[in-house]
Unconditional design. Structure first.
Ligand SMILES: [Zn+2]
Length: 279
């Protein structure tokens, strides 16, 4: 194991449909919506380049939500869900449905495996250990443009819409409405993923991140995806390679982008992987 450097992936995430990444009901007022959106509990001072802050109550997307969703989609794509089910079966369905715990596959290397028993087991059998999780998904915050636009339309300090959904009683046709809070379509967030290379060929793992982003675009983020919410798109993606020497003040960073979207990134995977051979 030898730290080689890090890929810094910066992106904008745009809500194509209303987005509902959930907060918890307890922190919401009585009489509010049933399904609140997660919001900042305190302002983030001097966040934007012009020195302005992100106000309290602005919606954001936790990195854990993005990471968890991308990982679960990839585990379907790569057959991990199938393998976990084969390993645990119906009798241990709670285990079977958890993230892959093999500690050997690409997903476990990129996203981590928290299972200490598995790692002990691998070490005892003289197998290669997965190493630290390569990818870190940070919280994504709304762009300044988005906050200004939403406040202009919705009012000072307001950044979300409340949408009413109805469940219709099949027999009586009586509607049973519920209120769903969403970040309106068109909102943009800025986020970052940092991918550390700890082993010689770790740069070969980086396409997984972009394949996961592509899969997420064809799925949904947050809740109520089967009812129209959570369609998103990644835009303005910049990939910067910072070699280990960069952090010692010796090396230079190298960049690809900004690229228009995930499709353009996938076209340039060769160029992106090669960044790590530049000093
Ligand atoms: Zn695994």
């Amino acid at each position: 194991m030898k730290y080689k450097g890090s890929f810094i992936i910066e992106y904008k995430l745009r809500a194509i449909t209303g987005l509902r990444v959930g907060g918890s009901r307890e922190e919401f007022d009585i009489g509010g919506t049933d399904n609140p959106v997660i919001k900042l509990p305190v302002e983030i001072p001097e966040f934007y380049e012009d020195g302005s802050s992100i106000p309290k109550e602005a919606p954001y997307i936790p990195g854990s939500s993005i990471k968890g969703k991308i990982r679960s989609l990839l585990e379907w794509v790569y057959g991990n869900v199938e393998r976990m089910y084969a390993k645990y079966g119906n009798a241990k369905i709670d285990e079977a449905g958890k993230p892959c715990d093999c500690g050997e596959c690409e997903i476990c290397k990129v996203f981590g495996t928290g299972d200490a028993k598995t790692l002990d087991e691998l070490a005892k059998r003289g197998k290669e250990l997965p190493g630290p999780p390569r990818a870190k998904f940070f919280d994504a915050y709304p762009t300044k443009d988005t906050l200004e636009r939403l406040e202009r339309v919705l009012g000072k300090g307001l950044f979300t819409e409340v949408k009413t959904e109805n469940q219709i009683n099949r027999i009586t046709s009586k509607a049973n409405p519920r209120k769903v809070e969403r970040v309106p379509a068109g909102a943009e967030f800025e986020g970052r993923i940092v991918f550390d290379c700890y082993k010689e060929n770790d740069h070969e793992l980086i396409p997984i991140i972009f394949h996961g982003m592509k899969k997420l675009e064809d799925n949904f983020l947050g809740g109520y995806g089967s009812r129209g919410s959570g369609r998103i798109e990644f835009r303005e993606i910049t990939i910067t390679w910072r070699p280990a020497d960069f952090y010692k003040g010796l090396g230079q960073e190298h960049k690809v982008g900004p690229l228009k979207g995930v499709d353009e990134v996938l076209e340039k995977l060769g160029e992106i992987k090669k960044l790590c051979s530049s000093g």
